[in-house]
Structures are given as structure tokens and as C-alpha cells.
Ligand binder design. Structure first.
Ligand code: SAH
Ligand code: SF4
Ligand code: F3S
Length: 452
């Protein structure tokens, strides 16, 4: 038996990164690295980074700054930087962070054990050669390997990566450069993975990718399934209760997919449809390839086919050249659509993104002002939208028991809204119960357990 070592993984960024961290943890467990939550006790520290905005990138550097000190005290400690900052900066990272041992891009995470073994040999060799290993190839020929997740802790929901990369090249975005071109995973592998999860007690899956509704459309794809066809196949899996997916690009939202919200019983009634701006002029400069009219048409169709659907979105304020008038159009849009929730961000220049070279950058204080106005109004709308379900009885999937309030459970509606309620019944995470909604807050609902 090899001595047990410990790995600490810190994850920044989106669900793709969260899933990649789970995969790395599983690969490491098979390579004699047990997971630890204590950074000080780790023999290996993996920082899975995000580069979507400058702030996200800076978070990785600030953590790495702390690791520099730990590495000085313990030279045997192995430090790996993975994810989008690793891909974006590659060897360039070493200029600021020369103590890093491994730099691994998103397509190369499956090589982690092999790279780690080589590095361990190096660090223990008499020459103590400290050369960092860099694995940042990004090839359109890459195939996401078949991979069956282990279920170590009891859980009832999981993310399933169905595709990687993005072909859209929105002018502000770094993802096409850090995750490469769209590569869809084989439908057979995806279904096998979900069946395996369901056999192990999983009740809800979220199909993830940067642009899931173009699943199966990439040139190299041999999936044999469109995204709606994949959803139908997942819906047919016995024992699975709920299906979610994220993220979708409005231009690829087909009538077939809209129809799924009437047809597929397990498909949750929540759609995250990032609009980014309410101004056609700005959408054009963002290279989003849809107009506000076509976006609104799709919203109408979704709500018509299933009036219970909740809609959430992403919005960027202060894109280069965004005038007060453009911003007012975004404010109008959120009042027209009445999103159930939204994430909004200040525009941030990214190194490889086209818009970094655009003139007319919006001053920081104007971005702050616009973000604040947008979020204040959206919060009011969210509260009003939540208010509308008060009095109705909704199926809620149990997530767990509150750690702070005795007897209080929390779960989610199909529309992805958190519900808190008191119940003395012994409930199980993943179980669906009927809750009568009594009160609405901005971030959650409060209800009463209706005994079925
Ligand atoms: N693939 C998804 C989301 C990708 S990133 C999509 O296309 O919708 C999540 C969100 O981050 C984006 O929707 C966008 O609103 C925001 N974002 C991306 N790049 C950004 C940048 N350079 N500055 C500010 N926000 C950005
Ligand atoms: Fe980025 Fe646009 Fe692709 Fe989303 S669709 S990941 S915002 S390039
Ligand atoms: Fe961030 Fe990369 Fe995801 S940049 S948002 S971790 S795809």
C-alpha cells in the first residue's frame, strides 16, 4: 500500500469548473490522494481557476500569493493551477508565480494523475529539478472521455457535462479561447453516466455546457442526437425525477426545444436565457446574433407553451460604447420581460476578447451606477414575481435540513426557487413534497408542508 496523501481543491467559476473539480477529485482518489478541506494538511493543492472577468482571475492570483508562502515552508508541496486562467496564460503564469508545479488547461484534466506522478518523481529526485509541467493543448479533435462518477457522499443531484467549448465568439468573452471549439459528448456516454447516477440514488441531473442548445451541431460531432432528442432520451430514464440544463444561447433556441417544456414531464420549468443587453446596437457590437424582437418572441413562446416557466438571465452593463440611451433600453427590457431573477455584471476587458480593443470604454463610476440601478429594479421585479405564487401548492424537491433553524427544511421548486418550511416529518433529500406557499421573499419562499 502506498502512503495516503491529501489533496485540497479550490474551485472558482462556473458549473463546468465544478464538474471538472469533481472529476479531478475522483482521479486523485484513484491515485492515492484523499480529499481534504484543510489546505495546511495537503500534499497537493489544485486551484481550478476562472477567467470570465478580471475579478475572477485576480481571486486566483491572490490565493496563489498565499500558496507561495506555504510552498517556501514546505517545498514538497505540489501546486497545480487548472481551468481557464491556466489555459489563458499557460507558461506566462510562471512569470508571476514561478513556484507553480503544474499548469493544466480544461481539456487536459484527465492527465492529472500522470503529470502528478512525473512531478513527484522530479521533486524527490536528487537534482530537485523544479521545472513546471504545462499541459494546455486545446484541440478540436479532443473527445471527452467516457467517465463514470463515483458517489462518495450522499447526494441527490449532479451536473453532467454534455459539451465543452463555445463557437459563438461574443466579442467580450474569453470562453472560446479557454475552452476551445464546441465538442459534444457522445449521447451513449451521457446516458450511461446518467443511468449510473440514477442507479446510485441521484434524482436530479443538470446537463451543462457553455451553449447546450447547440449540442450535437458541431462538425466533428457523431452524437446522433440533437439537444431536444437528448432531453427526450434522458426523460425516459426510470427513477430520474428532474432534468435541468444550462446555459442556452437565444439564437439557438429552437421550436423543438420550446416544445419540450410541454412534452417532457421531468424537465424543470426554469429557463436561463442570457440576454446581455436590451439595445440592438449593443447586441450587434457584442456579436450576439439576435435582436430584442426575436428574443421577446422566444420568451412569449416559452410562456405560452408552459405558463409556469420561470425565466432568468445574464446582463452586462457598461459594454464599450454603451450610452445612457442603450442602458435605458436594458432597463425597459427587464420591465417588459419581468425576469424571475438575473445575474448582472460590469463589463470587464479580457485579454483575448475582441471588445478589449474597442474604443469608448465606459468609466467605472458609470458602470457602478448602472449596475446598481439595474440590480435594484430587478430585485423588485423578482420579489413581485415570487409574490405571484403565494397561495399555490408547489412540488418541492427536498435539499436538506437547516443547520440554524430547528425543524426547518429547504428545497427547490421546479422553477428553481428555494422554499423553506417547517416539518416534523422525516424527509429525505431528493424526495418531492407538496408545499403550500405562504410568503415570498426576494431570494426564497416560505411555505407549509401539505401532507399528501
Ligand atoms: N455561455 C454562457 C455564459 C458564459 S459566462 C452564455 O453564453 O450565456 C456567464 C456570463 O458572464 C455571461 O452570460 C455574461 O453575462 C458574463 N460575462 C462574460 N464575459 C464577460 C465580461 N468580459 N465582462 C463582464 N461579464 C462577462
Ligand atoms: Fe461566451 Fe458568448 Fe460563448 Fe457564452 S455564447 S460562452 S458569452 S462566447
Ligand atoms: Fe470561468 Fe471558464 Fe467557466 S472562464 S465561467 S470557468 S468556462
Amino acid at each position: 500500500m502506498l502512503p495516503q496523501k491529501h489533496a485540497y481543491i479550490e474551485t472558482f467559476g462556473c458549473q463546468m469548473n465544478e464538474r471538472d473539480s469533481e472529476i479531478m477529485a475522483q482521479l486523485l482518489a484513484a491515485d492515492h490522494y484523499a480529499a481534504t478541506n484543510d489546505m495546511q494538511a495537503a500534499d497537493l493543492i489544485v486551484i481550478n481557476t476562472c477567467s470570465i472577468r478580471d475579478k475572477a482571475e485576480q481571486k486566483a492570483y491572490s490565493l496563489l500569493g498565499r500558496l507561495r508562502i506555504m510552498k517556501r515552508a514546505n517545498p514538497a508541496l505540489i501546486i497545480a493551477v487548472t481551468g481557464c486562467v491556466a489555459q489563458q496564460n499557460g507558461a506566462g503564469l510562471l512569470k508571476r508565480m514561478p513556484f507553480v508545479d503544474l499548469i493544466i488547461g480544461p481539456q487536459n484534466i484527465y492527465r492529472l494523475p500522470e503529470l502528478l506522478d512525473q512531478q513527484t518523481v522530479r521533486l524527490s529526485s536528487s537534482t530537485r529539478s523544479r521545472r513546471c509541467q504545462i499541459a494546455t493543448t486545446l484541440s478540436p479533435a479532443f473527445r471527452i472521455p467516457p467517465f463514470l462518477p463515483t458517489i462518495t457522499k450522499p447526494s441527490f443531484k449532479r451536473f453532467i457535462t454534455i459539451m465543452q467549448g463555445c463557437n459563438n465568439f461574443c466579442t467580450y468573452c474569453v470562453v472560446p479561447y479557454t475552452r476551445g471549439r464546441e465538442i459534444s459528448r457522445s449521447a451513449a456516454d451521457i446516458l450511461k453516466e446518467i443511468n449510473h447516477l440514477v442507479d446510485n440514488g441521484i434524482k436530479e441531473v443538470t446537463l451543462i455546457g457553455q451553449n447546450v442548445n447547440s449540442y450535437g451541431r458541431d462538425d466533428s460531432s457523431s452524437t446522433g442526437h440533437s439537444f431536444p432528442e437528448l432531453l427526450r432520451a434522458v426523460n425516459a430514464i426510470k427513477g430520474l425525477e428532474r432534468i435541468r440544463f444550462t446555459t442556452s444561447h437565444p439564437k439557438d433556441l429552437s421550436l423543438d426545444l420550446i416544445g419540450c417544456f410541454a412534452e417532457l414531464k421531468k424537465l424543470c420549468t426554469h429557463f436561463h436565457l442570457p440576454v446581455q443587453s436590451g439595445s440592438n446596437r449593443i447586441l450587434k457590437r457584442m456579436n450576439r446574433k439576435y435582436s430584442i424582437t426575436s428574443y421577446l418572441d422566444k420568451v412569449t413562446m416559452l410562456r405560452k407553451i408552459n405558463p409556469e416557466i420561470t425565466l432568468t438571465t445574464d446582463i452586462i452593463v457598461g459594454f464599450p460604447g454603451e450610452t445612457d440611451a442603450d442602458f435605458e433600453e436594458t432597463m425597459e427590457l427587464i420591465d417588459t420581460v419581468r425576469f424571475d431573477g438575473g445575474f448582472s455584471f460590469k463589463y470587464s476587458d479580457r485579454p483575448s476578447a475582441v471588445s478589449a480593443g474597442f474604443p469608448d470604454k465606459v468609466p467605472e463610476e458609470i458602470k457602478d451606477f448602472r449596475l446598481n440601478r439595474l440590480q435594484t429594479r430587478q430585485n423588485e421585479i423578482t420579489q413581485e414575481q415570487n409574490q405571484q405564487v403565494v397561495g399555490s401548492v408547489l412540488p418541492v424537491m427536498i435539499e436538506g435540513l437547516s443547520k440554524t433553524v430547528a425543524g426547518q427544511w429547504h428545497g427547490r421548486t421546479s422553477g428553481n426557487i428555494i422554499v423553506n418550511f417547517i416539518s416534523s416529518n422525516h424527509l429525505l433529500p431528493g424526495q418531492i413534497v407538496n408545499i403550500e406557499i405562504a410568503e415570498a421573499g426576494r431570494n426564497s419562499l416560505r411555505g407549509e408542508h401539505k401532507l399528501d
